[in-house]
Design a protein around this ligand. Structure first.
Ligand code: DGY
Length: 430
């Protein structure tokens, strides 16, 4: 499939394994040294995909430490602050979740929001590598995974699609999808703060100050309500239904059906979630752009954004009303695919985080879904581009879709993980 010698592929496999070991802090993995010094939710789930390629026990441990940080109400925080690190802002003190509604006693310090729920998907793929060895570990995780999905359906899916309460929750921090909702409120009263991210990474590759003021304002807003989901849902100016969340939860719920079957557990409740999410996805379809979009639940408006999250519908398992023509247009417009934002749009910025750059994890999900749907040419192009970027430019956090410039953090856990679990010519299909 790739123009890559076995020696080169082997060398890259070795480098990816080295990166996962390098970022291992003993039971959990940081996304990268310095910029992200804690355990991030979906980064950690992707780390399990990578570890599973060479150390299954370690993959299970990653999933177990991740799920151990789950709140009593089922919410899985987007950051677990295992050990304080002054190099990151905002830390545990800013989140102030000690007495959060729904957290429960004895939990690790954490943020008060969640992230795309990919964990059940990688629990299933880890199990599939060795079902006999994994069965009891999967069984132990099952109630927690059920609790997580139930939490999303109860607290985030009022429109059927899954809503976010903070841009960080979608993982696509500064995507143009949120511009309208972010402009609709003024970040008045934000306590003075010093950003740390721009001390680690070129500011041109990061969100703007205007974004950051609002990120911190929304953290203060949640903290003032003790992270009470009902109060935030009722009062926050920011609530956007998002394709990343909707399609990852849809996929993970389909994977939960497989998990439940393997464990001899009932599937009816999970099937109800899938039906609800499928109906919700229809509310994200934008006939004008011919693809899935985000919807601002405060204004009721679609955002008009064609992003890489728009193309997660195949990963979610949808097979009708698909954005294939829009995907083909976007693939044709980029040297390296899939750009995180439409290159034809005036807001496209090739280096700025989620406003243009290519992300390997999104590519893995988009390409896998396309392949499952029989769209082999597009699936192969995305995998080839990802492998080429990593081989030529290294294991960066993200890449410029025009010239491949590596951007953001280096020696990045999830880039190494998707190499081992998917992009490498030696990756085992699961
Ligand atoms: C950051 O700090 O940039 C993170 O994306 C927040 O999750």
């Amino acid at each position: 499939m790739f123009d890559m010698t076995p020696d080169r592929a082997e060398a890259l496999d070795g480098e990816a394994r080295r990166i996962l070991r390098l970022n291992d802090r003993g039971g959990y993995t940081v996304p990268t040294e310095g910029l992200y010094p804690y355990q991030w939710n979906w980064d950690s789930a992707f780390a399990a995909l990578g570890f599973a390629a060479f150390d299954l026990d370690r993959a299970w441990t990653e999933l177990e430490t991740l799920m151990a940080g789950q709140w009593e109400n089922g919410m899985l925080p987007h950051i677990q602050f295992h050990k304080a690190d002054p190099g990151y802002f905002p830390g545990a003190d800013v989140w102030g979740t000690e007495d959060a509604v729904g957290k429960g006693p004895g939990r690790v310090a954490s943020s008060g929001i969640s992230q795309p729920p990919v964990v059940a998907s990688f629990a299933l793929s880890t199990y599939r590598r060795d079902e006999a060895a994994g069965l009891e570990r999967l069984r132990a995780l099952f109630p927690r995974l059920m609790g997580l999905h139930r939490w999303f359906i109860t607290h985030r899916a009022e429109s059927g699609a899954v809503a976010i309460t903070h841009p960080w929750e979608a993982g696509r921090d500064n995507a143009p999808d949120w511009d309208g909702a972010m402009a609709a409120f003024e970040p008045e009263g934000v306590a003075p703060y010093t950003r740390r991210d721009t001390g680690h990474v070129d500011p041109r590759m990061r969100p703007t100050k205007s974004d950051y003021d609002r990120y911190i304002w929304l953290v203060q807003f949640g903290r003032d309500r003790r992270w009470d989901d009902a109060a935030i849902a009722a009062e926050s100016p920011f609530r956007v239904a998002d394709p990343t969340m909707t399609f990852t939860l849809m996929r993970a719920s389909r994977d939960m059906v497989e998990i439940a079957r393997a464990l001899g557990e009932p599937t009816q409740e999970i099937e109800g979630w899938i039906a609800r999410l499928e109906a919700g996805a229809e509310t994200l379809w934008n006939a004008g752009t011919a693809c899935y979009d985000s919807r601002d639940l405060r204004s009721g408006q679609l955002t008009g954004c064609v992003s890489n999250a728009s193309f997660l519908s195949w990963w979610g398992g949808l097979r009708k009303g698909q954005p294939i023509d829009t995907l083909r247009r976007v693939l044709a417009a980029a040297s390296y695919t899939v750009p995180s934002f439409d290159p034809a749009h005036p807001k496209f910025e090739s280096l700025r985080y989620w406003r243009g750059p290519v992300w390997g994890i999104m590519n893995m999900m988009i390409s896998t879904g396309l392949k499952e749907a029989g769209l082999i040419d597009e699936a192969d192009r995305i995998r080839r581009d990802t492998a080429g970027l990593i081989s030529d430019k290294g294991f960066a956090e993200y890449f410029d879709p025009q010239d491949g410039t590596p951007a953001g953090g280096g020696t990045f856990t999830w880039t190494a993980a998707i190499w081992l679990g998917w992009a490498s010519p030696n990756a085992k299909e699961l």
